[in-house]
Unconditional design. Structure first.
Length: 149
């Protein structure tokens, strides 16, 4: 079998590619805990930078960079298809979003990570910023992390 050739690109809100983000987020971030991405209010994503990794036409990884006019952008909804983990897809997506935040003269990026993926973000330079918590929308322990530029 040939090695996967992954293409990275911006995803347009409400496009067919965006529909794939909903499926990926549901499978990776909600279904394992009996939740649905349909329960989330995603209306603000129209203004966000949605960035994805594609194997052919199939979305295999994605994340969102949210800019609400504050000094720090927010990284949200990082998700990589289980079959594609360990190929640096998540790291590549994060680095691109960090680059875009730097070009926008942001001070850094903040995120809320599941505690199970703290090591992934620490390898990228993020540090813990606060105490562990369980958000209202999913019963999984999280922690705030930050990357200062």
């Amino acid at each position: 079998m040939a090695e996967n050739f992954i293409v990275y690109r911006k995803i347009i809100f409400d496009s067919d590619d965006y529909a794939q983000t909903l499926l990926l987020r549901h499978e990776v971030l909600r279904r394992p805990w009996g939740k649905s991405i349909a329960e989330d209010d995603l209306s603000g994503e129209r203004d966000d930078l949605i960035y994805g990794a594609f194997d052919g036409l199939s979305l295999v990884g994605m994340a969102i960079l949210q800019d609400r006019g504050e000094p720090y952008d927010k990284l949200r909804f990082m998700a990589v298809n289980e079959d594609y983990r360990g190929q640096r897809i998540g790291a590549t997506i994060a680095k691109e979003l960090e680059s875009r935040a730097r070009r926008a003269s942001k001070k850094g990026i903040r995120l809320a990570a599941r505690t199970s993926v703290i090591p992934f973000y620490e390898k990228l330079g993020y540090v813990i910023d606060g105490e562990r918590f369980i958000p209202d929308h999913i019963p999984v322990e999280h922690i705030h992390m930050v990357l200062d530029f």
